[in-house]
Design a protein. Structure first.
Length: 88
């Protein structure tokens, strides 16, 4: 499980399946930052992981502060499913 900061908005929502840096991941949760006083474009702070980590996310079996963080632009993200059917 990782924290993925996307600079820009590729049009995804909670449960989306995306690909970046050659990996396919599911967005368990998304926080949208930068609407009012933030940077010049919106940032999406996503908690992402593969399907085996959904239960850990739902039961909070992780420490958010210690998640590895990746930064990408919206252009570097390939949206496979913009809004997933995963019950996260």
């Amino acid at each position: 499980m990782k924290r993925l900061i996307i600079h820009g908005d590729p049009g995804i929502r909670k449960g989306a399946v995306i690909e970046y840096d050659g990996r396919e991941v599911t967005c368990f949760g998304i926080n949208r930052n930068g609407e009012w006083h933030g940077p010049d474009r919106v940032q999406l702070w996503c908690t992402v992981g593969d399907e085996t980590e959904i239960e850990d996310y739902e039961t909070r079996n992780y420490t958010p502060h210690f998640l590895e963080v990746d930064h990408v632009t919206a252009d570097e993200v390939t949206v496979i499913e913009p809004r997933g059917d995963v019950a996260v």
